[in-house]
Design a protein around this ligand. Structure first.
Ligand code: FAD
Length: 423
């Protein structure tokens, strides 16, 4: 208790943490949100930042801005180092420990390289804002280098291997194809498509395992039409700065490997001393609290939430994280007010992914499917709704509309980190 009011400590300013904080606005509590960054990352659009379609501020949003009208809330930038459930205390790297009455654990997931040799050092994952900017800078650097020294093209400087046939890999491959075939082919007219290959590698027999067969076929064709080479049933064995080796022994010349293949719950879950589910996720009850800890809500990507209706663990999606966060915020506010909290009920808006301009897939809960432009409009509508503010929605619409008319990706410039200090 602080000033006689309970303290709600929210760890993580992702969809889950922000959703919870937003619904605590009127609670008689002191709400403290801590994230290692001072911004909220809109992960579903990271690949658009990496390919110059969107600007940084359309994908990252100041957490202080998002919560500025919350008089009961403070925001701190610090990294969580451990959580002591018994003492109800959280420790940080550069912030004094904080005790809590209610804890919202929304620290998300992190990339899983499944022990692939060289991947941690040389692969480009697509999970954070710095990851997306790093990939964009690297691609532009490789194209400019190859422009100065054509022998680099022969060495695979412009080739990209994208690992993972799920939504992250497919969406990234589609966006890279548009960047390569529309923008870079105009910027560097002497480079032909076969000198700048895009190769999607998926271990399973097909792309988009979570979608119906006709949507899988649609996605594979849409990628092939966009000159992406789809290589299913193939595993990456090792990665070095200029080569990717497959388990079959085939060596691909590529200076870039984008990793969109796997996630695991935030490593901090290991320190909680509780049993974990597959992928380092924490199983929660129907009210989203930890068994034996009704004061601790675990949400979003790090939680294994079982849908009461279909008795299945919900996927790691923005809509699950946001709805679970909103539910926890409302439940805590109710409990502080002495009211009863209801169990969580997930409202499924469909599973969807976009492959490129005019190409997307949507699968609704009752089995209805959409492809093409209709699916892309549905995808745009759902993702605009997930963006945290109207300002972000406006920015995304302006950038998308600009690209639709001009095919230009204005964000494809780079300001090298080492030049930022000297000007
Ligand atoms: C490339 C990509 C594309 C995606 N596309 C879609 C899509 O199209 N549709 C969809 O619904 N979902 C999509 N998702 C999934 C969706 O983005 C996630 O499910 C959602 O972001 C999870 O929200 P969260 O709040 O649980 O975690 P996160 O959004 O990951 O938030 C966790 C927060 O915790 C902070 N944090 C982590 N560790 C620490 C620490 N030790 N100390 C302090 N702070 C810490 C992080 O900085 C972060 O802000 C995509 C994900 C990715 C990576």
């Amino acid at each position: 208790m602080t000033n006689g009011r309970p303290r709600v400590l929210v760890l993580g300013g992702g969809f889950a943490g922000v959703g919870a904080a937003q619904n605590l606005k009127h609670a008689k509590a002191d709400v403290v949100l801590v994230d290692r960054h001072d911004y909220h990352t809109f992960q579903p659009l990271l690949y658009q930042l990496a390919t110059g379609l969107l600007e940084t501020t359309a994908v990252g949003h100041s957490l202080r801005d998002l919560l500025e009208h919350h008089d009961n809330t403070s925001v701190h930038q610090a990294s969580v180092t451990s959580v002591d459930l018994a003492a109800r205390e959280v420790r940080f790297d550069e912030l004094d420990p904080l005790t809590y009455d209610y804890l919202v654990f929304g620290l998300g997931a992190e990339v899983n390289f499944f022990g692939t040799e060289g991947a941690a050092e040389h692969a480009f994952p697509m999970y954070t804002l710095p990851h997306a900017l790093h990939l964009k800078d690297h691609l532009i650097e490789r194209w400019e280098a190859a422009d100065r020294d054509a022998s680099l093209i022969e060495d695979g400087a412009l080739n990209i291997v994208i690992v993972g046939g799920g939504p992250t890999g497919v969406e990234t491959a589609g966006a890279l194809a548009e960047l390569y075939r529309h923008d870079f082919s105009k910027d560097f007219p002497s480079v032909t498509a076969d000198q700048a290959r895009l190769i999607l590698v998926e271990a399973g027999p097909e792309l988009f395992a979570m979608f119906k067969p006709k949507l899988r076929e649609y996605a594979a064709k849409a990628l092939t039409d966009r000159t992406v080479e789809v290589n299913t049933g193939a595993l990456v064995e090792s990665v070095s700065p200029r080569r990717v080796t497959l388990k079959s022994g085939e060596e691909l010349k590529a200076h870039t490997l984008v990793w969109g293949a796997g996630l695991q719950g935030n490593e901090l879950v290991q320190s909680l001393g509780i049993e974990l589910e597959r992928g380092n996720r924490i199983a929660v009850g129907p009210d989203l609290t930890l068994p034996d800890h009704p004061e601790v809500y675990v949400l979003g990507d790090v939680a294994a939430i079982t849908d009461a209706k279909v008795k299945q663990v919900l996927p790691q999606l923005g809509s699950v994280a946001l709805q679970s966060g909103e539910h926890a915020g409302e439940a805590i506010a109710h409990r502080i007010a002495g009211k009863e909290a209801k169990p969580f009920e997930y409202k499924d808006k469909g599973t969807m992914a976009t492959i490129g301009r005019g190409a997307a897939v949507v699968q609704m809960i009752r089995g209805r499917t959409l492809t093409g432009r209709k699916a892309q409009v549905a995808w745009g509508t759902v993702h605009l709704a997930l963006l945290p503010t109207n300002e972000d929605r406006a920015k995304a619409v302006v950038d998308w509309a600009g690209t639709a008319f001009t095919h230009q990706r204005a964000g494809r410039i780079t300001v090298p980190a080492d030049e930022r200090e000297t000007g």
